[in-house]
Design a protein around this ligand. Sequence first.
Ligand SMILES: C[S@@+](CC[C@H](N)C(=O)[O-])C[C@H]1O[C@@H](n2cnc3c(N)ncnc32)[C@H](O)[C@@H]1O
Length: 300
Amino acid sequence: MLRPMLDLSRVLTRVRRGLHAALADLPTSIQGDTNSVAPAVPQQAAEPSHAKVAWTEGLPSEIAFWDNWFKTQGGVWSEDYKTRLNPDTPLQQTVEDYLPDPAGDAIQEILDVGSGPLTMLGKRSDRRKFRITAVDPLADAYDRIMAKHGVVPPVRTSWCHGELLTTRFAPDTFDLVWAQNSLDHSYEPVRIIEQALVVTKPGGYVALSHARNEALNGNWDGLHQWNFDHEGGDFIIWNRQGRVNVSKLLQSRAEIRTQGDDTFVHVSFRKPVRGSLRTERRFSGDGPHGGSRAHPGDRK
Ligand SMILES: C[S@@+](CC[C@H](N)C(=O)[O-])C[C@H]1O[C@@H](n2cnc3c(N)ncnc32)[C@H](O)[C@@H]1O
């Protein structure tokens, strides 16, 4: 189920590369502050200030893309447009797989980071009660675009940079933090993963699905300034300034699984139940949590 959604995202990305019209009214909120969670990435590897300049310059093309997407009601991807707007679209099985078994009537919390104006997550499940929180740095611009086109989203995206999640959400808030085709559009993706792990509940997941080496394949256009790759089972993020083995960097903070092929990279980070992470078994199929859930990818 994930594959077709990603295929579409990738095609959308390619179309976006052809768009150069820019909206002048960038939201004032694009200039985020830093926060207090210490980053794990050495400054010289990530080059965040350089990346943020490129990111800021790429925002108009992102806004222009979505404006056109609403204007044409998804264009050739009209089915995707309708699916995202439909409040009865079922939660994707891929996403269900990351969630714990429901406990009574408890509402499970899902965060979609870099959701765009209309989260791609389904809104209904027969198995569980859940709430989607969708965040994106361009939420203000998306609101203006949707108002212009008379669209009311089933889940309204609210403003937050992925890099600033802990300034908005308390630790241990979400059962699942989801990000698709978004963190490689950010200015500091490793920091987003660190932030996402803080706001994820112990035992919960941060799940990422991205096209492989999107910046390279897209000729470093617009917001495509980071490449997500896999190498020997490790998750790698790189750009022209540096390269980070995220699996090694964060191995003490999460149980990490990376899967990929020529086209995609899927990574899940399972936040340990306190005191339970044994990093020496990071890639073992035998989970370190005493028989608790394996990563969903392990079952495929
Ligand atoms: C290609 S769109 C993907 C949207 C959605 N996830 C999907 O799959 O349709 C990339 C999104 O990433 C968002 N983004 C850019 N920088 C970000 C950041 N620093 N933190 C979170 N999201 C970011 C963009 O604003 C944009 O909405």
